[in-house]
Write a protein that binds this ligand. Structure first.
Ligand code: MG
Length: 261
């Protein structure tokens, strides 16, 4: 976990670089290039570049705008005031991996996006906090599902979190909602596990379609989506953030405050 924390620190540096650049007039390709340069300078490996699929993923970061949920390909899109940007990056450093995503506002966003962002952050923080107080992942996922419903948002089922260590994607799968199929894949929350916990949260329906570029996943109703992810180590003293510094400061041992009472 100490070695993974070093990878996580680099992930947080990438987020700091991206966050600084997320302004009107900047293209998503420019954001990706700045992060890629940083990783090259350090000699760290960008885990998304060349990731296998129908076509290999062509960039070091995923940048997903507004109704794009995850896996957006950085390119010529010019950021505008009011855009919602989900930025995701995975890094390998000295043989160990870190992975984190966060959704950022470009300038002022509308009330629907503001609520969605608050709800998404809360659901991630609550899931992390709950790993110390629940025995099985299914309890955490069921709680997230109930809280999402209460907040008037939906959790995407199609994509899941994952174990992470020497490889970015290791068992177990970490689904954000547990239906009958996923319940077979339930697992015990035990010290020593390291999980990438990553709820994808939609303002409208939870349904997903993938664009013709074979990567970009979007909401089918065109409503906005957010993505919040930390790499989290489970210890005998509770969860610890291995990608600390990404997003707002958060103590995983303190219960997060709901945006809606
Ligand atoms: Mg991930």
């Amino acid at each position: 976990m100490a070695l993974m924390r070093d990878a996580g620190r680099i992930v947080a540096e990438c987020h700091a670089i991206a966050r600084e650049l997320l302004r009107p007039g900047v293209t998503t390709a420019e954001v990706d290039a700045a992060v890629d340069r940083h990783l090259t300078t350090l000699g760290a490996t960008p885990l998304f570049k060349g990731f296998p699929g129908d076509v290999p993923f062509p960039a070091s970061t995923c940048i997903s705008i507004n109704s794009q949920i995850v896996h957006g390909i950085p390119g010529g899109y010019v950021l505008r005031e009011g855009d919602l940007v989900s930025f995701d990056v995975g890094v390998k450093w000295k043989g160990w991996c870190g992975d984190a995503a966060w959704s950022y506002a470009v300038g002022q966003v509308d009330p629907e996006k503001t609520h969605l962002m608050a709800a998404g952050r809360y659901l991630l923080h609550r899931a992390i906090y709950n790993t110390a107080h629940m025995k099985k992942w299914s309890e955490v996922a069921d709680d997230m599902t109930r809280e999402a419903r209460r907040l008037g948002v939906t959790l995407v089922k199609k994509f899941v979190g994952h174990g992470i260590g020497r490889e970015m994607h290791e068992p177990p799968q970490v689904p954000n909602t547990m239906d009958r199929d996923l319940r077979r894949a339930d697992f015990d929350l035990r010290p020593g596990l390291v999980l990438a916990i990553e709820p994808m949260v939609n303002a409208g329906k939870p349904d997903v379609k993938v664009l013709g570029d074979k990567w970009t996943a979007v909401t089918t109703d065109g409503k906005p989506s957010v993505h919040y992810e930390h790499t989290v180590g489970l210890t005998p003293n509770g969860p610890t953030l291995l990608t600390e510094g990404v997003g707002e400061p958060f103590d995983p041992l303190e219960p997060p405050v709901s945006p809606v009472p």
